[in-house]
Each structure stands twice: as C-alpha cells, then as structure tokens.
Design a protein. Structure first.
Lengths: 274, 274
C-alpha cells in the first residue's frame, strides 16, 4: 500500500528523532511506505531543510550503496544561549544557598523538558566525535547522563560509591575529593563498560575535580579512553586539580553566602569556535 | 511568512512529541506558521490519523476557545508485547544469575532506546489519569522514572538512602525491607515534592515490596496521594507484604539457581481490560 507524502513526513520525522546517530538506508523507507526511491529522496530533502530551519538538528545524507540518512541532534547557538540565560536566572537565587557553601539544584534536574534541552545542548558539542558510552556517578549525574546518551544514542553507565549486590563483579578505584581532601571510592560493574570505548564523562557539578578524575581513572581501568568531560555547573573554585582534562560547563557558580551564577565555558567553547 | 504544509507537518510532529500531555492552542500554530486556522485544523487531522496508524499515540483535539491539541504518548498492545518478549529473551540468561539469588539487569537500563520504550509502555497505563510527579529511589529506578516522566511530562523526584548535603532539608522514613527484614531509611528533599500531588511510584525491581511501601509512606509524609506503582520486573516472591497497593510489572522473574523470566501483569492488566 502506498503512503502519502504527508503521512510519510510525519512518520519519518518520528522515526529519525527516535534514532539519532543511526544510519538508515534509503531502501528501508522505500519498503516501509511502498514509495519510489525518488519520492523518498525528495522527502528527505524536505526533512533536511525543515530540521535546519527549525534548529532541530542535521539530517545527513550519505550517498552510495552503503549510504543512507542519519539524524544528528543539535541546537542553534541562540537557543542554547536563551536556555543558559534562563538556567542562570533560575539558579541565581539566594534561597538555593545551603549550609557549608552548596547550592540546591535538584529541582532543575527533575523536569524532563529541561533535561531534554541540556542533553541536546551537550550532544551538540560532541556531534562529530566518536562517543561509545556516557559515564557518570550516582546519583545527581544520572538524569543528565541519560539525556546526553539519548541524544547521542549510546549506552550510559553509572558508577556507584558503594557496590550493590545487583552490580555483580565490580572494579573499584580510590580518588581524592578535591574539595575536602577525603579519599573516596567509586565502583563500576565489570559488565557495564566494554573495553576500548571512547567515554564521555558527565556530572552535575564540578568543584575540586576529584570526582571527574576518579571517573577518568575508572575509565582507564576498563581500558577506555576519555573523549570529553561535560558538567551542568562548575563552581568558581581556586584549587581545581585537573591534570590533562578539558571540560565544558553550562553555568559557573560563585558561592559566598550569596549565589552568583554566570555563563560556564560551554557557549564560548562550542559556539564561538564554529 | 507562510510555511508550506510539508514543513508544518514536520515541525508540528517534533513540537508535539517534545510536549506530551500539554494543551497547545490552535492559535499558537496559526501564529507560528502564518497559516489559516482551517489549514492548521487540516494539518492536525493528518497528524492525528498518522499518529494513530503508526502507533505513536493519541492526538487529542479539544474544541472551543479554551481548547487546543494534546499529544498523549501510548503504545499499541502488539508493540508492547513484542518488546516484553524481547526483554524476557534478554533476561532469560543464566549468566545473569548473581550470588544470593539476584539478577543482573543494569545493562538493560543503560540503553536509551530500551528506556524510551519502557517509558512509553508505562505511560500508556496512566495516559488518562492525573499524575503530578513520578517518585523513585536511587539508583537503578532513576532511568526508568525519567523515561516515564518524560512521556507523562511531569517532574520526577528521587529519594535517597542517605541524605546528601545538596538535598537541603529532608524528610525521612524508616521501612522494613520485605526481602530480608532489615529496617532501612530513605530520605527526600523537602523542596522536591509539592503537597497534594498525585504520585506515581516507580522502581526497577519488586521483591518483598518494602521499598515500594517505603516510597508510599514517604509520599504520604508529603501529603501526597499514590496514584499507582509501576516496576520493570517483579520477583516471584511468596512473602510480599502489600497492604493496599496495586502495581504493574513488565516481567516476572523466578530465581532458583536458574533464571526464568515470564510476563509481568502489565500486558494482561492494561491491554486485556481495554
């Protein structure tokens, strides 16, 4: 049964959105709709243009027998900036100040629409890099890791501070928490991360950098390579101990009884270099 | 500038998919595309039919001045059944057996596409109920909670076993772990859940039911009502102590050195009653 263009375009949009970074052969759509190759090519041209005009992302067409179409989610600079501005406004609020010099952010990470946009922004930075897995540590990094992994369409794996029975065998590393010099431990299920993966490290908050260093050590214990580090917020913190790791952050937080939230390095790093 | 139907349909699809359970006035699309109301109505008719034919979900149109269009994600019974069958095949694997009678499932919960479908299936059950928030406990329930919350477009909140500095003030409850009779504690940030919410409790694994009872107690401490309980897997466990809570599960696990995974009650409960 032939399917009309209107119906095809709706279904193709949904199909591509659900499968980012996945090559779909032209013949798949030809069979799905009983349409001619030329019609499907035209459909993809319309999709490509609309996705571009509306800032949804890139519809990439690879010609040839092994070719097909891929959807690469990304966000326009203006939209990313508007989101970061809103996020700063939401966080720039002294009622978020917690004893000991911390900031309450859990509410921000509870809204699916916010997380969706964070994932799309972060995936833009890594759109043309090979990422095989996203790695984070429980618990507040998990929703962000899931959102980025969804946009990159790769698995995300979660290290824990204590090993659970349901993790099976684990590998553990010790690391120094940069902010208070405690030695801490994190563990990761041996089955969860394949060797030789290129791993994107994700967390909600970067202070001394100890957690990120711990995650990087853990990745190396699995014979994996760190492809990048991506955090929602970094604190303006003097004694950060990063040896060789670049990172991107959406916002930067200054805490001194008052909270001041400004741009992280993301917008500058990612959009000014384009 | 007028936008052509092809481009409108693609953009509307994306727009609706990103905003489940949200009423969007017709005039919003009229303004967005500079199109006549009659054209937008026709577009919505095409969307409605295609979403139905392709099993994407329901496009609901509410007439009148306060009306508009809502997208309600759902999944057809056949697609849900195929997914549950695949999940059973993946889990029916003795190499998943862990000492003490546990099952390794973390890998299943690391794939965004798997989580997306779990979320869509579970949201189908609650598509016509008022749910204000999804509640789970760290850590393995988080990705499932996020996926369901994304499909219902409500915030999800995460209880913890220990309170973290970044939670601020918390409310804690003690509960008895049904599977080993230990008394445990869980805490939830006071700011995270609004009073009088109808809460959907979500977890990855249901054994004795202690955790779900604990979450229900916690919900009541916040003056919230439990709207339902939804778990990925339940164990075939004799001594479950559920007082008044119905639940749905996608799969049921029998562990006795060998693992046997069969249907949970979801397909029967949700799709046979329709």
């Amino acid at each position: 049964m032939k399917v009309r263009r209107s119906n095809r375009l709706i279904d193709m949009t949904k199909y591509l959105l659900d499968r980012p970074h996945t090559l779909i052969p032209l013949t798949f759509f030809v069979d799905r709709y009983g349409s001619a190759k030329s019609s499907i090519s035209e459909d993809l041209g319309i999709l490509k243009q609309t996705f571009k005009d509306r800032g949804i992302g890139i519809v990439d067409t690879i010609p040839g027998a092994a070719g097909g179409t891929r959807f690469l989610p990304s966000i326009p600079a203006a939209e990313a900036k508007a989101f970061v501005d809103d996020l700063k406004d939401a966080l720039n609020d002294d009622s978020r100040y917690l004893a000991g010099g911390y900031i309450y952010m859990a509410d921000v990470l509870s809204y699916p629409s916010t997380l969706r946009t964070i994932g799309r922004i972060m995936a833009t930075k890594f759109v043309d890099q090979r990422i095989d897995a996203v790695l984070t540590v429980a618990t507040k990094g998990i929703p962000i890791a899931q959102s980025i992994a969804t946009n990159l369409n790769v698995p995300f794996v979660v290290a824990q501070h204590d090993s659970k029975i349901t993790d099976g065998s684990t590998i553990s590393v010790n690391y120094v928490s940069g902010s208070n010099n405690n030695v801490k431990k994190m563990v990761l299920s041996k089955r969860s991360l394949a060797a030789n993966s290129r791993v994107l490290i994700v967390d909600d908050y970067l202070k001394g950098g100890g957690t990120v260093n711990g995650l990087a050590t853990l990745a190396r214990e699995f014979n994996c390579e760190v492809a990048g580090v991506s955090v929602l917020a970094e604190e303006n913190f003097a004694r950060r101990e990063f040896t060789d790791q670049e990172y991107v952050s959406l916002v930067k937080v200054d805490i001194a009884k008052h909270i001041t939230v400004s741009d992280g390095n993301f917008l500058k790093t990612v959009f000014n270099q384009k």
